[in-house]
Ligand binder design. Structure first.
Ligand code: IPM
Ligand code: MN
Length: 352
């Protein structure tokens, strides 16, 4: 098949981990006889410095024309809270422009990594949950302003926004264990009360085979470490999803191994590891590329419909980890540590 993939390295460790994912995509294309046109585009803080804009027009056009977008990470201390243009704003604009309102973040414990998690192995064995995070609404996109001695961030959600993301969760729950936990703060927030009402109504009316329970976000944060196996699909708004997925990532051993897919109504999607730009280790070639490589697998699955190829990548990552391949975030055994390229090589070697 022919496909166009936009590749945005971004900032910090982004370009380093994306380079390994690109090698994996190219190898898979070779093995399966696909022709993928990979287009590397400017994005993030480094491009604010160069173009005055983290999302230059050519990048946005390239992403809109692509079948799928693979992104590393953005942001860094250089473009801190006081910077006039922040790279994070470019990412939010890109998500909105692509219309990717549904952020899927699977958290599954890879058996080979059960000892890498700071949580006890018997608690995390069998964990397999999928976050469905609303990605283009809520407080991230509300009006924000400053007054003399106060600052305001508005949080708004509309009924259609909640309906469409609930449908995504319903469809996905159907392919899994059929259970949704909708997370909110409805004992305090009006938007959360709307989420509760609308999500319950959509599931009752359209997904009679799926069950939905509602949970406060503070309780959800606790249950994620107390009884993580009980969760199947977790449906939540933008900000709560951001916070809870970093927490849940620790169940899987490291932020470095988790992929994500951001989808809209069509096939086009934006794929990125859930970790950030990690400026503290950027440029040293030691970051874990697994989350980005697994994000590339999600791109092949969701945007290109290449299930066998996606599985092949996922199996190669598992096999490499089973065989003991570890980046620094996954082991304290300094002698056994692989760098980013070494982990990429270990995965490529299993891609047979
Ligand atoms: C994420 C990140 C982003 C977010 C930042 C970089 C804007 O933390 O993808 O989880 O908060 O959505
Ligand atoms: Mn985040």
């Amino acid at each position: 098949m022919k496909a166009r993939i936009a590749v945005l390295g971004g900032d910090g460790i982004g370009p380093e981990v994306v380079a390994e994912a690109v090698r994996v995509i190219e190898r898979v294309a070779e093995l399966h006889g696909h022709q993928f046109a990979l287009e590397h585009l400017a994005f993030g803080g480094v491009d604010i410095d160069q173009f005055g804009d983290g999302l230059p027009p050519a990048t946005l056009e390239g992403c809109l024309a692509a079948d799928g977008v693979l992104l590393g990470a953005i942001g860094g201390p250089k473009w801190g809270p006081k910077a006039p243009v922040r790279p994070e704003a470019a990412l939010l604009r890109l998500r909105a422009a692509l219309g990717v309102y549904a952020n899927l973040r699977p958290v599954k414990v890879i058996p080979a990594l059960r000892e890498s998690s700071p949580i006890k192995a018997e608690v995390i064995d069998g964990v397999d949950m999928l976050f469905v995070r609303e990605l283009t609404g809520g407080i991230y996109f509300g009006r924000k302003w400053r007054e003399a001695d106060r600052a305001v961030d508005e949080c708004a959600y509309t009924v259609p926004e909640i309906e469409r993301i609930t449908r995504v969760a319903g469809q996905l729950a159907r392919q899994r264990r059929g259970r949704i936990t909708q997370v909110d703060k409805s004992n305090v927030l009006e938007t959360s009360r709307l989420w509760r009402e609308v999500s319950q109504r959509v599931i009752d009316a359209e997904f009679p085979d799926v069950s939905i329970e509602h949970m406060f976000v503070d309780a959800a944060a606790m249950h994620l470490v107390r009884r993580p196996r009980d969760f199947d699909v977790i449906l939540t708004e933008n900000l709560f999803g951001d916070v809870l997925t970093d927490e849940a990532a620790m169940l899987a051993g490291s932020l470095g191994v988790l992929p994500s897919a951001a989808l809209g109504d069509g096939r086009r999607g934006l794929y990125e590891p859930i970790h950030g730009s990690a400026p503290d280790i950027a440029g040293r070639g030691i970051a874990n590329p697994c989350g980005t490589i697994l994000s590339a697998a999600l791109l092949l699955r969701h945007s290109l419909g290449l299930e066998a190829e996606a599985l092949r990548i996922e199996s190669a990552v598992n096999a490499a980890l089973e065989a003991g391949a570890r980046t620094a975030d996954l082991t304290s055994d300094a002698a056994a540590v692989l760098n980013t390229r070494g982990m990429g090589n270990a995965i490529l070697a299993k891609l047979v």
